[in-house]
Ligand binder design. Structure first.
Ligand code: ADP
Length: 634
């Protein structure tokens, strides 16, 4: 037997192969199984035209065997096999792909075939086979070709070359025998000798190989009549499910099938809220099976959560959680895309910059969006369930990236409406706006109930305007990012100038404020300039006092930002407004004239009240409580 060297450049490539092309060792099995499947395809395609080749489709299979003691992993197929010279060419030259040549030749023969009828073979780079050396010290390939009488054995321990000799193999096909490496400190190779581990690798990467992948599986069960004695028997089982659910005809798939697939693949016990199954043919073809979960997983809103869709080509998984396929704001979607059109790079791993992948991603985004829109329109209850789980993510999407995506998302968000007393879209709000209404009113607070009791809300409600109640801490940032909707700007009912009064009311108020100027200045001093201004207002109906903010930071934002665990603290520019029609207005005026001490106490108590109503704390609760008692006992 003659020992041969790999061609010079092959040596380098092999070294790269083992050490750097693949980031993930376990894919070697996927590569070898894909080769086996290709070999079976080739024999099958040949049998269609060559009547001398007699094969039964049902006999095709890929068999995997483990020998733990000898540390052997064997993969056998009954495909076309390789002749001596094919062994030499295909396995002696790295980056020589017999499969690509075959595919090109076959597809050339019958030009004008539809894409879906084209020969669908996985291999194309001529490197996958060598990934076996990532986990093996030695690789033996025994092969008998359909075209040659004798079988041959190819043996290699890696970079130092290979040898080919005749061997005894009766059946047509190929058997690959891997001598699995010993464990090292960094790597545990023995796992590749564990039955359950190999099974899970098959299911993960090669579940949709169209031929059965069989293994001996041990079943243990209690001995009949015994409580603690077990017996086991061994059965040959097909590990892969073969037919991808998403390639079946939609009409033939039951809802339970979709759900079962979801439970198994995405580890969620609950049924998904929505299944999206699409197949696109055209400039770019793909199948997509997508799920919108019914609830956010425990890690969804954490850094640990990884978005992405699994990417398949020709039924083989080439990338888990391909993040390029989903925009951040739809990161809750689970599922997969299967396309033969994405250009794979050599390791079938990194394809970030692929233009066709981006095209698929764009289509998928549109599809998800339109599904959500129809859900919103046709099944409000379902949409609200969706929104409860993932609405926050849509809101993040609106203000992230400087509001770049806000137009896409603004019709998918919901806020509580004061008049409808349920969630509403902005579009619906606009459709209900009164004739003389210029702005979209909103109010912020911890809960619907608390907002509803805010003094500032009262006047706007009184005038018959609808108010959006914002209870999520991100809501105001969303509003700021949106700036306006359908040409209408947003206005916080707690900001200084709502401009709801009639001209005569305004006149009246201005007079009142002007004549009490001195008093307000004195109150401001008593409050040590905590507020930018004190004034009378028309905006309160029954309440005596409130705080309003002007400038970019609202009262709610001050609370939210200051509650964050950073050093950045902010303060809203606030004014204390006193109800001009309330008894307290006259009382203050009187006290200001004659009783300095009482005037000071009243001012402090009023300010504390205003802060408490707004949901702020007060710095001096003991002092305030004493003051209240003093006033009560007068
Ligand atoms: P690729 O599969 O991308 O072409 P590989 O390095 O995995 O590259 O394989 C090189 C070539 O060796 C294949 O194209 C094919 O012609 C041949 N080959 C590999 N495995 C088998 C097999 N099990 N049966 C027949 N031919 C095989």
């Amino acid at each position: 037997m003659k020992k041969k060297q790999f061609k010079a450049e092959s040596k380098k490539l092999l070294d790269m192969m083992i050490h750097s092309i693949y980031s993930n060792k376990e894919i070697f099995l996927r590569e070898l199984i894909s080769n086996a499947s290709d070999a079976i395809d080739k024999l099958y395609y040949r049998s269609l035209t060559d009547k001398k080749i007699k094969v039964e489709r049902d006999d095709f299979k890929i068999t995997i065997e483990l020998d733990k003691e000898k540390r052997l992993l064997m993969i056998e197929d009954n495909g076309c096999g390789m002749t001596e010279s094919e062994l030499e060419i295909n396995l002696g030259t790295i980056a020589e792909s017999g499969s690509l040549a075959f595919k090109e030749q076959e597809n050339k023969k019958e030009k004008g075939k539809k894409q879906s009828e084209e020969v669908d073979i996985i291999g194309q780079f001529g490197v996958g086979f060598y990934s076996a050396f990532m986990v093996s010290d030695k690789v033996i390939v025994e092969s008998k070709s359909i075209d040659e009488e004798n079988a041959h054995r190819w043996t290699s321990t890696g970079a130092d070359g290979y040898s080919i000799e005749e061997c005894d193999k009766k059946t047509v096909g190929t058997k690959i025998i891997l001598q699995i490496k010993e464990d090292s400190e960094e790597e545990n190779y023995s796992e590749f000798l564990e039955n359950y581990r190999i099974q899970s690798m098959i299911r993960k990467y090669s579940d949709y190989i169209r031929y059965p992948i069989q293994m001996q599986v041990e079943h243990r069960h209690l001995k009949e009549g015994s409580k603690d004695e077990y017996e086991s028997h061994i059965e040959t089982e097909t590990i892969n499910s073969m037919i991808p659910l998403w390639k079946k005809n939609k009409n033939e798939i039951k809802e339970e099938e979709y759900h079962q697939f979801y439970h198994e693949k995405y580890m969620d016990y609950e049924d998904p809220l929505q299944v999206i199954h699409t197949s696109v043919e055209g400039q770019i073809s793909y199948h997509a099976l997508l799920y919108i979960p019914s609830h956010a997983s425990y890690d969804y809103y954490s850094k640990e959560y990884e978005k992405g869709l699994n990417l398949y080509t020709s039924g083989v998984m080439i990338m888990e959680k391909c993040s390029e396929l989903l925009p951040d704001y739809f990161s809750f979607v689970k599922g997969l895309v299967d396309s033969n059109d994405v250009s794979l790079n050599i390791s079938r791993e990194m394809l970030q910059q692929d233009r066709r992948l981006q095209l698929i991603a764009k289509n998928i985004e549109k599809k998800i969006k339109s599904e959500l829109e129809s859900m919103l329109e046709e099944n409000r209850e379902k949409y609200e369930k969706f929104f409860a789980a993932f609405g926050m993510q849509l809101k993040f999407g609106i203000y992230n990236n400087f509001g770049m995506d806000k137009e896409k998302l603004q019709d998918l968000i919901l806020f509580h409406s004061s008049t409808e007393n349920k969630l509403t879209t902005l579009k619906e709000y606009i459709s209900r706006m009164k004739e003389n209404q210029e702005k979209i009113y909103y109010a912020c607070g911890e809960s619907i109930a608390k907002i509803d009791l805010l003094p500032q809300v009262e006047q706007v409600k009184e005038k018959g305007f609808e108010i959006l109640y914002l209870t999520d801490y991100v809501d105001e940032f969303v509003i700021q990012a949106l700036m306006n909707y359908d040409g209408k700007s947003f206005i916080n009912v707690s900001t200084g100038n709502l401009d709801l009064d009639s001209d005569s009311e305004k006149e009246e108020l201005k007079k009142e404020n002007d004549s009490s100027k001195k008093m307000f200045e004195s109150m401001q001093k008593i409050l040590e300039n905590e507020v930018e201004a004190v004034r009378f207002t028309n905006r309160l109906k029954n309440h005596p006092v409130c705080l309003t903010a002007s400038g970019n930071i609202s009262l709610e934002m001050e609370k939210v930002i200051n509650a964050m665990p950073t050093d950045e603290k902010v303060k809203a520019k606030t004014a204390m407004e006193i109800n001009v029609h309330h008894k307290i207005a006259d009382k203050l005026k009187k006290l200001y004239k004659k009783d300095n001490k009482a005037f000071e106490n009243y001012t402090k108590v009023l300010y504390a009240q205003a802060r408490l109503i707004e949901g702020f704390t007060i710095e001096n609760p003991t002092e305030i409580s004493n003051l209240i008692c003093e006033i009560l006992s007068e």
